[in-house]
Write a protein that binds this ligand. Structure first.
Ligand code: SF4
Length: 493
């Protein structure tokens, strides 16, 4: 059995990582929502253009990407040592480190710490790790209210909704919808609130300022943790995170173990890659860093919860572990033609889009998210956009193969798809068989209607439920070739 820090590898991840419905079913539903598609197209087109502009300014962008990739690979190769170094440094500077094997354990730790601080409310910085473990629900079950303070997360929380994008959780909402949510759900809001962005931001500011000034405990995630110094880093755009990280007496940070980086100098690489790839900015407006506890300044108790939740299982697969290199910039979502049409909810996990299609099935075990590796056209746009050069298309193919192998093992017999592929392989391996199959396929011309084949008989009918099948040509390529060589055309001058 693979071990991690001397312990057996963690069990599959639990929490908000699983699909409720297979991707094709959820995607079909999402595709019927034209408002969603319009919101997504507008938002992703804008972010893509901004990103392309700031990336083109850097002559050494490709070298930066290579450096980011190399730092992540080096970290994963020695993850246990860097995590122990991080623990030692945080502890030496007055913080406390907790190890959580899965979502349930992380939730128990945070709930206990909030109770020990005597709080019934917490403020939160936007954090995918806490979304992953379902922290808000776990706290609510214990009578503790969590207030999201990132504007988009607040919109999602007040709308009793789910995030649909890593960076812009409310990307599926337009401003009229946000105004409706605020007037319906935000206590004390002006009933005449307009949908002007400045007015919406002002309403959120007034609501949140009261929470910041009264909360005794804050919960955050982390973008990076520097092992050599024990420094945590959060980057954000609104300043709400800075309020959370500095005003409450107790700060609890929940961080996936893959967020550690070895040295302070490595941070310089990622702080150039991340803002350009995520919001299309040269530098993000707020970069907060803290190291343990500083007497008389900021939170006087700091707890770091290091979350596994399936990550060590991902680490154990050399062909899949690069998914842990992700810095959650969301560039792959913004260029993905599948994501742009279906939005994030169809993926069923807090990690949507291309990175979600490779990360979620590995965190949970492929059987629990079996359709996600197939939620891609393999166009490669995600690989080109990724600032740490994660080869997502290659990983998708690897996960598809793993799924097929696991499926055959479990069922004790190959699926219809595997049988079809094996038959195709047999036919294509022999020229005579291939020629015979081509000749037979021309019978398909009988099924054409107005130049198209829109309905095939079972079991091929599944193909034509969503697309036309190509009409076989009158003549195969081999027949055409023979004709040409029997009566070679005269050379044209
Ligand atoms: S996989 Fe790459 S592009 Fe996608 S979110 Fe992660 S770092 Fe960004």
């Amino acid at each position: 059995m693979t071990t991690f820090l001397g312990l057996p590898t963690a069990p599959p991840g639990v929490g908000h990582l699983r699909q409720e419905a297979p991707f094709p079913v959820a995607a079909r539903q999402a595709l019927g929502n034209s408002q969603l598609r319009a919101n997504l197209r507008k938002a992703t087109t804008t972010i893509r253009a901004k990103r392309a502009g700031v990336v083109s300014e850097l002559p050494d962008w490709e070298q930066l990407r290579a450096a980011g990739q190399a730092i992540k690979a080096r970290t994963m190769a020695d993850l246990g040592r860097y995590l122990e170094q991080l623990e030692a440094q945080v502890t030496a500077r007055g913080g406390t480190v907790h190890w959580a094997r899965d979502a349930a354990e992380a939730n128990q730790i945070v709930t206990r710490l909030v109770r020990e601080a005597g709080a019934r409310e917490v403020v939160k910085v936007k954090s995918l790790a806490t979304d992953e473990i379902g922290l808000n629900d776990a706290l609510a079950a214990e009578g503790i209210t969590a207030h999201e303070t990132d504007l988009a997360e607040l919109i999602v929380q007040l709308g009793r909704d789910r995030p649909s994008h890593i960076l812009v959780p409310a990307i599926h909402r337009n401003r009229a919808e946000i105004r409706d949510i605020f007037t319906r759900e935000m206590p004390g809001v002006d009933p005449g609130l307009t949908d002007e962005p400045a007015a919406l931001a002002e309403a959120a500011r007034r609501y949140l300022r009261r929470k910041f000034l009264t909360a005794a405990v804050a919960v955050s995630g982390a973008n990076f943790a520097v092992a050599e110094t024990g420094t945590l880093c959060v980057v954000e755009s609104e300043g709400n995170g800075r309020m959370c990280l500095t005003l409450p007496r107790t700060l609890i940070t929940v961080m996936g173990i893959e967020k550690v980086i070895p040295a302070w100098t490595d941070l310089g690489v990622f702080l150039q890659l991340l803002p350009r790839s995520s919001t299309g900015e040269r530098m993000n407006p707020y970069t907060s860093m803290w190291t343990g506890v500083t007497p008389g300044d900021g939170p006087q108790a700091f707890h770091l919860v290091l979350l596994d939740n399936g990550r060590t299982a991902v680490l154990a697969d050399p062909a899949g572990r690069d998914a842990l290199h992700c810095i959650r910039c969301s560039a792959c979502l913004n260029v993905c033609p599948v994501y742009e049409r279906t939005g994030g909810h169809a993926y069923g996990s807090v990690y949507p889009g291309p990175i979600g299609a490779v990360l979620s099935p590995q965190l949970t075990g492929i059987a629990d998210n079996a359709s996600l590796p197939f939620a891609s056209t393999l166009c490669g746009a995600c690989f080109d956009a990724c600032p740490v050069k994660i080869n997502i298309p290659e990983m998708l193919v690897h996960l598809r193969a793993r799924h097929v192998d696991e499926d055959i093992r479990e069922r004790g017999k190959p699926s219809a798809e595997a049988v079809t592929m094996a038959a195709a392989s047999w036919v294509m391996a022999d020229p005579a068989r291939y020629a015979a199959a081509q000749a037979a396929s021309r019978a398909g011309r009988l099924l054409r209607r107005r130049g198209r084949i829109s309905a095939l008989p079972p079991p091929l009918a599944a193909w034509t439920t969503a697309r036309d099948a190509p009409v076989p040509p009158r003549q195969t390529f081999r027949q055409w070739w023979r004709t040409q060589h029997r009566n070679p055309p005269e050379d044209t001058p």
